[in-house]
Write a protein that binds this ligand. Structure first.
Ligand SMILES: [Fe+2]
Length: 292
């Protein structure tokens, strides 16, 4: 068995600027999971009612806010209730952003706020296909949403009220993972990126980088021997725990749990402290050439 993704614990008890952990860009860029076992998102008495799957409208697995407007998707309720729900999720977005800028001050001015989501629905039994099955180890990459190398930084918090952990598996480091599948990955078919963009299959051009990342995502999820036999570790995040990862780099699988907050940020790879440590940098080093 090879190495698995490292978990680093930090003692922070506050989201605010006076917490102890700061300038840990090198830790997150190395592909570690940053875990804060004593950093809870406190819900107000009037918000505890939202810890119920009935607030999800049934079509989406998440209730989410889309920025910059903060438009809410996936929720069902009357206008007063929806306003209170939105206020709670917005508070999490603000906390997570202040926290991320303290942990990663060099990203200030470059960290772009992506969706904020609240997941009141149980992880178990929601997958509709192997490709969407997040109980299989994978790095995040999306068929319709090419990232062009932009990083996906995520701040999660378990808000389960009954002591249930969020159960993850984490896998091998990104470089080992890339080496496993890279030799078998063929270049995209000529004209396919143009065609997919033209027909709306992708929101923008799927670059060679996006092609390789999506291949890694798909090949890992489709490979039963890899899922069962590759280096991996179980990781439980108790309620009141926050954790931070680059989810396009850390091999992860969500095995169980209910009630979670999640904030996504985008970061241009050029604004990392060490762009060479990114998936793009790693893939280009292994290939010995630039990815277009
Ligand atoms: Fe994922």
């Amino acid at each position: 068995m090879g190495d698995v993704t490292l978990v680093r614990d930090f003692p922070d008890t506050t989201w605010a600027d006076n917490g102890p952990t700061r300038a840990v860009e090198n830790v997150v860029e190395s592909g570690a999971v940053l875990r804060f076992p004593h950093l809870r998102f406190t819900m107000m008495e009037t918000e505890l009612r939202f810890l119920d799957p009935r607030w999800a409208d049934g079509k989406a697995k998440n209730i989410s806010l889309r920025w910059p407007a903060g438009e809410m998707r996936g929720a069902a309720g009357n206008p007063t209730e929806l306003a209170a729900l939105k206020a709670m999720i917005t508070r999490y977005a603000d906390f997570a952003e202040a926290f991320a800028l303290r942990l990663f001050p060099h990203y200030r001015g470059h960290l772009q706020r992506g969706n904020t989501s609240f997941r009141p629905v149980d992880v178990a039994g929601r997958a509709t296909s192997w490709r969407k099955d997040d109980t299989r180890l994978h790095v995040d990459a999306f068929p319709s949403n090419p990232m062009h190398g932009t990083r996906l930084l995520r701040v999660f918090c378990n808000v389960n009220p009954s002591g249930r952990p969020r159960e993850w598996r984490v896998g091998e480091p990104f470089e080992a993972h890339a080496k496993r599948y890279l030799p078998a990955i063929k270049p995209p078919l000529p004209g396919s990126a143009w065609l997919m963009e033209r027909t709306g299959v992708t929101k923008r051009r799927r670059t060679e980088y996006d092609h390789v990342m999506l291949q890694l995502h798909d090949r890992a999820k489709a490979d039963a021997a890899f899922q069962q036999g590759s280096p991996q570790a179980r990781l439980n995040f108790a309620p009141g725990t926050t954790w931070v990862v680059f989810s396009d780099q850390v091999l992860h699988a969500a095995m169980g749990g209910q009630h979670m907050m999640e904030q996504t940020f985008y970061l241009d790879v050029a604004h990392q402290q060490d762009p060479g440590a990114s998936p793009r940098g790693t893939l280009e080093r292994l290939l010995g050439r630039e990815l277009r």
